[in-house]
Design a protein around this ligand. Structure first.
Ligand SMILES: [Zn+2]
Length: 187
């Protein structure tokens, strides 16, 4: 299963000096559109992710994803787990449930994410869920970038992130005079 996930992450690879919209630099990035635009490919990854969630977070009662791409993934993952799903819309430092499902307090939630860069949104999601009286069992993602400030919940990933992340002023590619291959990227 992990092998299949690794192969799927490989199709997302974009090698080369990268500047992200959030100001960070890297030696490459992952284009999740390669998977998200193809429901069959997305479902393969979602099934692997669901298996990992079932093992790591038994007793979950709800899968939550962040709008918009995260909501699609969460629905696929929840389908494989036989669980309901709810979507959170992140706005700045807060998040609110989409009205199609506003769960009563007391759910045991697993967050299903694709790629995690800085984890800023994930921290907002965890805090918002707790404020609404839910228990956050953990966070499941495809891959997490080095340096991401993860929320204080257990995290599972399908694969190690293949690229390094640098602060722009400490970027070793910039220091070596290497021009940007990719700019304005939001991973
Ligand atoms: Zn750089």
């Amino acid at each position: 299963m992990l092998y299949r996930a690794g192969v799927t992450l490989d199709v997302m690879r974009r090698d080369g000096h990268t500047a992200f919209r959030n100001g960070l630099h890297g030696d490459g990035w992952l284009e999740k559109g390669e998977v998200t635009r193809d429901p069959a490919r997305l479902d393969t990854l979602a099934a692997t992710q669901a298996g990992q969630i079932a093992r790591a977070f038994p007793g979950a009662t709800l899968v939550v994803g962040a709008s918009q791409c995260g909501a699609v993934l969460a629905a696929f993952v929840a389908r494989h787990l036989g669980l309901p799903v709810a979507f959170l819309n992140v706005e700045g430092e807060g998040a609110f449930f989409h009205r199609m499902h506003v769960p009563e307090p007391g759910e045991r939630v697993v967050l299903a994410e694709d790629l995690i860069c800085t984890c800023q949104d994930a921290r907002v999601l965890v805090r918002s869920l707790r404020e609404r009286g839910h228990e956050v069992l953990g966070l499941s993602a495809w891959a997490v970038r080095d340096g991401a400030a993860l929320p204080e919940v257990p995290v599972t990933t399908l694969a190690a992130h293949p690229y390094r992340t640098f602060a722009a002023e400490a970027c070793r590619l910039c220091a070596g005079g290497e021009g940007l291959a990719w700019g304005g990227v939001r991973e």
